[in-house]
Design a protein around this ligand. Structure first.
Ligand code: GLY
Length: 378
């Protein structure tokens, strides 16, 4: 979609795009087909292909490369992304480390490749991943279980970002079962994670035999009943994407409800998000990744609403992105990672206030979207 931007915002987006272009070109030369996660002192030291091939974020680097390949046609990006996709086959072989995050892993690698190049091997990988996700469906509780081991009835709001893999598989194969599963799951998550005020539970635990809601424990946020900002962001973008794929208006309304809550919180902190909106005031922990993911969600909502409502969501996304640029972005092409100050979870001090690969992915996707240079990866 073509977003209507003011001259000032267009100029900002074009200048940032130029900086992204320079930075990703330099990073690609250094990183190639390794799989980065968190940069330490401006260097991607760890290669997840060596340390944890099943790690849930392993699709974001190829996702960045495919977005930039689509925008620029640079063959180096295509070749590096293809290299990561081949390495991810090892995760299929291992299998036991995989869970509901197969959408994040293969939508941004194999499915992106297939969408842009028609590669048939990539299509097969994407369908294989979709079937792994479908295999996690619980027909009694009407949900796709999250994580593994003894958590048969656990569901997390993040999962809404993975079910676009099922919508894609349904469109690709003409088999409506994928959409039935995705919508059953979407309805369950919508009904049980989203609270009346638009905040979300991160985790819901259901009785796997009946689907009855048993517990809402704390997750990656501050604690039970709190409001983990990245979870809210997954809700905004995830429900908006489910609306895109199904046309079910409840999903769009839910995305808007969570977005209103998110914006009310970030308006108080200069348009960037703390890790948990219901944590004590001190210490202040930021999570830049929540903001940039929410911004993509706002742009997705904007694509489905008429003016002047559309302008509100575009402006809200721009406020977040500009504040993130001003406060948290590192544009030095000699250093790896763009968006600093991401936080994986409230309690974990080792990955607090660090640049995390998905922060860069969502920031780049949002800027490309504003300029009409993105392609739909979800
Ligand atoms: N989906 C896991 C996370 O957001 O950290």
């Amino acid at each position: 979609m073509n977003y209507e931007l003011t001259d000032e915002s267009r100029l900002w987006a074009e200048e940032v795009y130029e900086k992204i272009r320079v930075k990703i070109k330099a990073e690609c030369a250094r990183v190639g087909s390794a799989i980065p996660y968190i940069a330490e002192d401006g260097v991607y030291r760890e290669d997840k292909a060596q340390t944890d091939i099943c790690w849930w974020t392993n699709g974001f680097w190829p996702g960045i490369l495919w977005q930039m390949y689509h925008a620029q046609g640079d063959e180096e990006f295509r070749s590096a992304a293809q290299g990561v996709e081949e390495k991810l086959d090892q995760a299929f072989h291992l299998y036991t480390g995989l869970h509901h995050d197969v959408g994040f892993m293969w939508l941004h690698s194999a499915v992106a490749n297939y969408r842009l190049t028609g590669n048939q091997r990539s299509k097969a990988r994407g369908l294989h991943a979709a079937n792994l996700l479908a295999g996690r469906y619980n027909p009694r509780g009407r949900f796709i279980r999250s994580w593994n081991e003894d958590r048969a009835g656990w569901v997390i709001v993040d999962s809404m970002m993975n079910i676009p893999l099922l919508y894609w598989a349904g469109q690709e194969t003409g088999d409506p079962r994928y959409e039935y599963l995705a919508m059953d799951h979407g309805d369950t998550v919508m009904n049980l994670t989203v609270r009346g005020d638009g905040s979300c539970n991160h985790i819901i635990i259901l009785d796997p035999a009946t689907g009855e809601l048993l517990k809402t424990p704390g997750g990656q946020g501050y604690g039970p009943g709190s409001s983990w900002s990245r979870g809210q962001a997954w809700g905004i973008y995830g429900f908006a994407l489910s609306y895109r794929h199904t046309g079910k208006k409840d999903y769009l309304d839910t995305a808007k409800q969570v977005a209103s809550y998110f914006l009310a919180q970030t308006d108080r902190t200069g348009h960037v998000a703390v890790v948990d909106f219901r944590a004590p005031k001190e210490p202040v922990y930021w999570d830049s990744t929540a903001g940039v993911c929410a911004a993509c969600g706002m742009l997705e909502i904007a694509a489905h609403v008429p003016k002047p409502e559309q302008d509100f969501y575009v402006e809200s996304a721009l406020n977040i992105l500009k504040a993130t640029d001003e406060r948290f972005c590192d544009w030095d092409p000699n250093k790896d990672s763009i968006v600093q100050m991401g936080t994986a979870s409230y309690e974990s001090s080792s990955d607090r206030h660090v640049p995390i690969i998905y922060g860069d992915y969502f920031f780049i996707e949002a800027v490309l979207r504003l300029l009409g240079k993105d392609f739909l990866i979800w």
